[in-house]
Ligand binder design. Structure first.
Ligand code: GDP
Ligand code: MG
Length: 369
């Protein structure tokens, strides 16, 4: 069995994929970025970086495995979109414009503090869920924990700048994840904007936009004036249609944690994305090594809600701790089941942290690929 790609293994160990590839070379193995590695290769490579890998088969985890939905229960769901790109190219401004708020102004030093998620209804009346990640590192970290949270990636490139290192990295991460890309050429309101130069730079890294006869949708936009943004969203919806995204709203919810923290007044507060099924008040939620009954739920505007269907970001109160971003969530039938699974997982985490060697568990990833 092959468990994980060289690229994903690198991000789990927090090293660059190039380091992994050259370590492999020095061990006499030639691997490429997306190549899946078998247990032996993983053991040798991780040892090289000071990690001790544990391969778990964990029967109890199967209890949490999602059962298959039959075709007739599936209904269309909204796409989940991540905006990525080089720093200062306008990711936050674009999302702000789409949400019609002013997050940029309130951010300390203009750096995105939180991984938020937002529900947007386009002018054409369709829904899109946006993830606001502080960078493609978050995207990769979530993926490394097994979350496949993004259906479509918007790559923002500032027209008064160029395709930059983080632009290329973001494109690479989206491609490795198999997530379709739409290019947003931003800041076209600026006198120094040169969209053709961006299209040319993109073509040099094999991203040929439709206008140039390629397969990538792109849109010139201004996150400042809003020009082109409606068209961009329609292109997102077009891409989503091709993906034929579906979910079953009439089952217990599954999804992923986006962020979680301890709030003085409210206890543990978790933002999560419902990806399948419906999450309801009173549900017994298992999230990583934590669990709890859903005491209250809020939508992205802070409004109290009773239930949340597929592709809906929600803020949930009631967990007994703060799971990590990317941790998967599931609704369990009984308190006891949830408590036991959460307990086993946290014991595993404790054992891992007291070992001298750094430790990673490949089970989650292994089962996904
Ligand atoms: P991020 O780092 O990618 O999130 O970039 P921000 O959204 O914080 O934007 C960086 C800077 O570029 C801010 O000063 C924005 O006001 C500015 N900016 C973003 N989009 C546009 C645009 O379309 N036109 C102009 N003129 N400025 C923009
Ligand atoms: Mg930002």
């Amino acid at each position: 069995t092959e468990f994980i790609s060289a690229n994903d293994l690198a991000s789990l160990m927090n090293v660059s994929v190039n380091e992994v590839i050259s370590a492999c070379l020095s061990l006499g193995m030639f691997v490429s970025i997306n190549q899946r590695l078998d247990a032996e290769a993983i053991t040798v490579i991780t040892d090289e970086f000071g990690y001790d890998v544990q391969f778990t088969s964990s029967e109890e985890e199967n209890a949490v495995q999602e059962s298959k939905d039959s075709e007739q229960d599936l209904l269309p769901r909204a796409p989940i979109v991540t905006i990525m790109g080089h720093v200062d190219h306008g990711k936050t401004s674009l999302l702000d414009y789409i949400r019609n708020t002013k997050v940029t102004a309130s951010e300390a030093g203009g750096i995105t503090q939180h991984v938020g998620a937002y529900d947007v209804t386009t002018k054409s009346g369709n829904k899109i869920a946006f993830l606001d990640t502080p960078g493609h590192e978050a995207f990769t970290a979530m993926r490394a924990r097994g979350a496949k949270l993004t259906d479509i990636a918007i790559i923002v490139v500032a027209a008064d700048d160029d395709v930059m290192p983080q632009t290329k990295e973001a494109i690479n991460h989206a491609q490795v994840a198999g997530v379709p890309i739409i290019i947003a050429i931003n800041k076209i309101d600026k006198p120094t904007a040169n969209a053709d130069k961006i299209r040319e730079s993109l073509s040099k890294i094999n991203i040929l936009v439709e206008e140039w006869g390629g397969k990538y949708q792109s849109q010139e936009i201004s996150a400042k004036s809003g020009k082109g943004i409606d068209d961009l969203l329609e292109k997102v919806l077009l891409e989503a249609e091709l993906l034929n995204l579906k979910a079953n709203p009439n089952r217990n919810a599954t999804g992923s944690i986006i962020e979680a923290s301890l709030d003085k007044g409210r206890g543990y507060v978790a933002t999560l994305m419902v990806q399948n099924g419906k999450l309801k008040i009173g549900d017994i939620l298992l999230a990583g090594a934590h669990y709890g009954r859903v005491k209250a739920m809020f939508d992205d505007t802070g409004k109290r809600i009773q239930e949340a269907g597929p592709s809906t970001p929600v803020v949930v109160l009631g967990l007994d701790g703060a799971p990590q971003a990317g941790e998967k969530i599931a609704v369990m039938d009984t308190d006891r089941e949830a408590r036991e699974l959460a307990g086993k997982r946290s014991q595993l985490l404790r054992e891992q942290s007291i070992r001298t060697k750094k430790h990673i568990t490949l089970d989650e990833i292994g089962r996904r690929l």
